[in-house]
Design a protein around this ligand. Structure first.
Ligand code: BGC
Length: 754
């Protein structure tokens, strides 16, 4: 028996090494010519090997799928040793020795955790995002992974949606820039190198617009909205060479995204020339039936015909495709196409040349969660915090201040990392309290009290804090008294409050997006002490902060900053670093304003002044139209003064360029970064165009007292949009340019485009 298997190992190895060169398309032709229909269908199957959710297959089952050639890859298996064992099994004993794709959700870091993507986008720093993606790829590939289910590029205008945490906010231009940075970072220059992996842009498409901000809900959207606002980041990722794409869970105008041939085979493959791999989302195939668009037995053929190559988890390709071919319901050629794309992805990774290149235990020992990566995460995290308010320069704090650190998130190291950070080593990094104590040293005066629960309701708290459990305390009176006692003794209160890690991400929608009740009540009590209060706001989504903005002295939105967040926060609140992030979503004044976004269409009845209600105008009786903090907003410890912008010409010739220039002076006491933003409005067009759209930005470092001259090039591609016939162009006429520090605070100029 032993001899037989040894013989098989040699045979498989021979097939790989003796056939046509593995980088050649003839190599795949040759390989496929030897595969049975069942084996080709096997390549389309992607089970989950872990125990994260339902639909999992376990150890022995994964082994037999591999040996029987019923699997193209797997995901949710952690650890280079186990992954290496499975890869060896496939190559040495599986039919034709075909290596496996090994997927994972490395959304904002692997073991070194970076800020959640929404926070990362607030850095507006594409270089930092590329660096974080590179480090994530280095760590993940060191542990055996070769396919990353990231970036998520869903545009979102509804902060109730928990998955807003995973994307880059509400703007298609910024979202596109970020999408490209992620893809470049993950895939690098050479996808076949051992430290790069396949990126997977998701969720195609429109998932960010799911009804009511609830996961898995339908989307009904016009083509022009889809093309102008929701699809651009996907297109940008595809143009950047993203190797794979994941379909979404939602219905799009009545068709399930995974069975939407118009979008997948039509727009994506024919329109955008995407030649990579398309995978469904987790167990999506049965959803096609559950959402009423097919019978369960037809779901697989519908998905395949639409262009979905791989089935994540459901097993329905395995179960139904052979039968469908035998009955003449689909042609084997479609299966061939999908199988070829799976094999091509493996080829691009260099797996046929060296199937074990991602299985190097030495790299895993030194390349993961090391000092260098953690330092990068700390630096990047500091760039993502957004200072929303800072009255009387309460921040930065002095290390000699007596500081009362209060709140359920102050000493919760496991809650710094945010959603999708299952491999975080939360026992190895600091909590906020530990970082602050470390920063002030032995002479420092840091007092601490937890103060309150996250929620009043124990069940709700335990559900909301889930994996990263924050235990519920029953003696809430005692908690409050401790907090008030230390507050009374302190010079300043630092309140670490907001959401727990698991209150955003998948399946974490909230109907009420304010700071939960017990935390707000405690803030109200702390306010009565008369001490200055700094709110360090932990959150995975924009929150409604009306009361907080009126009653607290400073608000620093720190999101979920990852494994090094605590030290990064300490750097910023003590002034070693200065805040520089700007919002990439509007922060509503009231949740009734949702959906909310700055690039809205004009109204025939212009918005009334703040605080005024005018009947028969487009306003609420009870709340202003404007968000509390607009898109692009963020303060610094220093201040910037903008000069009057100028244009090099007031006429833009076809294929020409206008230079827009503005001087920005650092008028404060710190050197710092400013994010200068350029918006454009097309006041008269074939279809209504937004009141402003971000078209460029510059992140500039300006020393105190110095002035930087910022240049933007306005070319006609900045004016183009998809019209009612989905033609991408612009019409000659007047355009308005706006330059400023955020989407509200701008200066206007105009030019004519020929
Ligand atoms: C999520 C995807 C994720 C997949 C695999 C799904 O529930 O929607 O974003 O990549 O699971 O973990």
């Amino acid at each position: 028996m032993k001899q037989v298997s040894l013989f098989l190992i040699t045979l498989n190895a021979l097939f790989i090494s003796c056939s046509t060169p593995s980088r050649d398309s003839a190599f795949i032709d040759n390989l496929m010519s030897r595969m049975t229909l069942e084996e080709k269908i096997g390549q389309l199957n992607l089970p989950s090997g872990g125990d994260i959710q339902t639909g999992t297959v376990f150890g022995a089952e994964l082994d037999s799928l591999i040996l029987e050639g019923k699997i193209g890859g797997f995901f949710n298996v952690k650890g280079v040793d186990e992954i290496s064992r499975l890869q060896h099994l496939a190559v040495e004993r599986g039919p034709h020795g075909i290596p496996l794709l090994v997927g994972a959700d490395v959304i904002h870091g692997y073991e070194t955790i970076f800020p959640i993507p929404l926070a990362l986008s607030c850095s507006w720093d594409t270089t930092a995002i590329e660096r974080m993606a590179q480090i994530s790829a280095m760590e993940a590939t060191a542990d055996g992974i070769n396919w990353n289910f990231s970036p998520m590029v869903d545009i979102c205008r509804d902060p109730r949606w928990g998955r807003i945490a995973e994307g880059s906010g509400e703007d298609p231009y910024l979202g596109s820039m970020m999408a490209v940075a992620y893809v470049k970072g993950y895939q690098g220059e050479d996808l076949s190198a051992d430290s790069t992996l396949l990126a997977c842009v998701k969720h195609f498409a429109l998932y960010g617009a799911a009804e009511g901000g609830r996961d898995y809900r339908p989307v009904d959207m016009s083509d022009v909205t889809m093309y102008n606002y929701y699809l651009p980041p996907f297109k940008a990722a595809v143009e950047a060479g993203c190797a794979s794409l994941m379909t979404s869970f939602n219905l799009i105008n009545g068709t399930h995204a995974t069975a939407d041939g118009k979008l997948i085979n039509g727009l994506l493959r024919t329109g955008w020339h995407f030649n990579g791999l398309v995978v469904s989302d987790y167990n999506s195939f049965p959803d096609i039936a559950a959402m009423g668009t097919s019978k369960i037995e037809d779901a697989a053929t519908l998905a395949l015909e639409a262009g979905t190559d791989m089935d994540m988890v459901s097993g329905l390709y395995l179960k139904n495709l052979k039968n469908a071919v035998d009955k003449g319901l689909i042609s084997e050629k479609i299966i061939d196409k999908a199988c070829r794309r799976v094999l091509e992805a493996k080829q691009r990774l260099g797996l046929f040349d060296n199937p074990y290149q991602y299985c190097n235990p030495d790299r895993a020992k030194t390349g993961i969660f090391n000092t260098e990566n953690r330092q990068a995460a700390r630096e990047i995290a500091a760039e993502t915090f957004v200072l929303l308010k800072n009255d009387n320069h309460v921040l930065p704090l002095r290390k000699t201040d007596k500081i009362a650190v209060i709140g359920p998130l102050a000493d919760a190291a496991n809650n710094m990392v945010g959603c999708w950070s299952m491999h975080a080593q939360t026992d190895k990094h600091n909590s906020l309290l530990e970082a602050l104590k470390g920063a002030v040293g032995a002479d420092g005066r840091i007092l601490y009290a937890r103060g309150c629960n996250i929620y009043d309701d124990e069940t709700m708290q335990l559900n909301a804090t889930g994996l990263r459990c924050i235990p519920f305390e029953h003696d809430t009176r005692q908690l409050e008294q401790e907090a008030l006692y230390i507050a009374a003794k302190a010079d300043v209160i630092v309140a670490a409050m907001g959401e727990s890690s698991d209150m955003s991400g998948e399946s974490a929608s909230r109907a009420d997006i304010s700071i939960p009740a017990p935390q707000r009540r405690l803030l109200e009590k702390l306010k009565e002490t008369g001490k200055p209060i700094v709110l360090l706001l932990f959150t995975g989504r924009p929150l409604v902060l009306d009361w907080e903005s009126r009653n607290l002295d400073a608000i620093l939105n720190v999101w979920f900053g990852g494994s090094e967040a605590a030290d990064a926060i300490s750097d910023v609140i003590f002034g070693t670093k200065i805040p520089q992030g700007k919002l990439t979503t509007s922060l509503p004044l009231h949740q009734g304003q949702i959906p909310i976004h700055y690039n809205r269409l004009p109204s025939s009845r212009p918005d009334p002044q703040a605080g005024v209600f005018n009947r028969y105008q487009s306003n609420y009786i009870d709340v202003d139209n404007e968000p509390l903090y607009p898109f692009g907003f963020g303060l610094s410890y220093t201040t910037f003064a903008y000069g009057k912008p100028t244009l090099s010409s007031t006429v833009l010739q076809e294929n020409g360029c206008i230079d827009a220039t503005v001087n920005v002076t650092n008028t404060g006491d710190y050197d710092g970064y400013e994010i200068v933003q350029l918006y454009i409005r097309d006041p008269v067009a074939q279809i209504a165009r937004p009141i402003k759209e971000l078209k460029d930005f510059a992140r500039v470092f300006i020393r105190k007292g110095e002035t930087a001259t910022v240049h933007f090039s306005i070319t006609d591609d900045k004016l183009k949009y998809y019209d009612a016939n989905l033609k991408y162009d612009y019409e000659p006429g007047e355009f308005i340019v706006m330059i400023g520090s955020d989407s509200r605070n701008v200066q206007e100029l105009s030019f004519r485009a020929e």
